[in-house]
Design a binder for this molecule. Structure first.
Ligand SMILES: Cc1cc2nc3c(=O)[nH]c(=O)nc-3n(C[C@H](O)[C@H](O)[C@H](O)COP(=O)(O)O)c2cc1C
Length: 239
């Protein structure tokens, strides 16, 4: 299967920082790698309707944005979650897409979870605040998402910016974007995830967030937790 990247744009505005950073990284993909870009703002999903456990009809969607996104997801070898940090985590468009995966797992005969196993999940994010822990819940969500689905976790590329275009001034992020997709995807602790479902995952890829000169990820994590305790999020560093 040749590589096919699906970029899921989760920002609630067009041409935002996160998309700009993702496009910078995607520019480095070889010409024979197919790319599909879908904006969730242009193709919004409704709030998740929990039809599991006999509560409704979980049949495969044949039209509309659910069908578009399901088909595109199944056709991709690599799925890139391009979500800004909203309140330390995923944007609500992105969260609805993620909840959609739960719906798709319950479609009889589709085998969605088995089909996604072995593919690669990546993340690209931007935030206004520049403290690395600000994106930790988002990174954990993408990491655990991959582990639960037995997918490879490619890592999360992170940039800093508030107004559209700001991220183009983040020269460290632009430098990290160039080799980002060339790095080998990591294998998640799939057996652990399969046994327990999504949950706290050790060995978070903090080195994917940090500049190369920063300390070892475990050391950095300790420092970050200390910063999180000592420093209350400032209003300016939120939006
Ligand atoms: C609803 C909302 C919540 C946000 N929450 C945070 C946050 O928790 N931490 C932070 O650093 N920035 C936060 N931001 C700022 C965005 O992450 C930042 O503006 C980012 O560049 C937006 O990405 P975009 O240009 O791709 O839309 C928030 C922005 C919005 C609109």
């Amino acid at each position: 299967m040749s590589r096919r990247f699906l970029f899921i744009l989760g920002s609630h505005r067009s041409n935002g920082n996160t998309e700009l950073l993702a496009r910078e990284a995607a520019r480095q993909l070889p010409a024979d790698v197919e790319q599909q870009w879908i904006s969730l703002a242009e193709h919004p999903l409704p709030d998740f309707d929990d039809l599991r456990h006999g509560a409704g009809d979980p049949s495969r969607p044949e039209e509309g944005n659910h069908a578009l996104l399901l088909d595109a997801t199944l056709a991709a070898t690599d799925i890139v979650i391009v979500s800004p940090v909203y309140w330390y985590s995923l944007s609500s468009h992105t969260k609805r897409y993620l909840d959609g995966w739960t719906s798709w797992m319950y479609i009889p005969g589709l085998g969605f979870r088995a089909a996604m196993a072995g593919r690669t999940l990546w993340g690209v994010t931007t935030s206004a605040g520049d403290l690395p822990w600000i994106a930790e819940p988002l990174v954990s969500a993408v990491n655990n998402w991959a582990a639960f689905m037995k997918m490879n976790f490619g890592g999360v590329l992170r940039g800093i910016g508030t107004a559209p275009g700001d991220v183009l001034k983040d020269t460290e992020a632009l430098a990290r974007a160039k080799p980002f997709f060339a790095q080998d995807a990591r294998h998640p602790p799939a057996s652990q995830a399969a046994a327990h479902g999504p949950g706290p995952t050790r060995n978070l890829p903090h080195d994917r967030l940090a500049a190369p000169s920063r300390p070892h990820p475990h050391v950095r994590r300790h420092v970050l937790l200390k910063e999180a305790v000592m420093t209350r999020p400032h209003a300016d560093s939120c939006t």
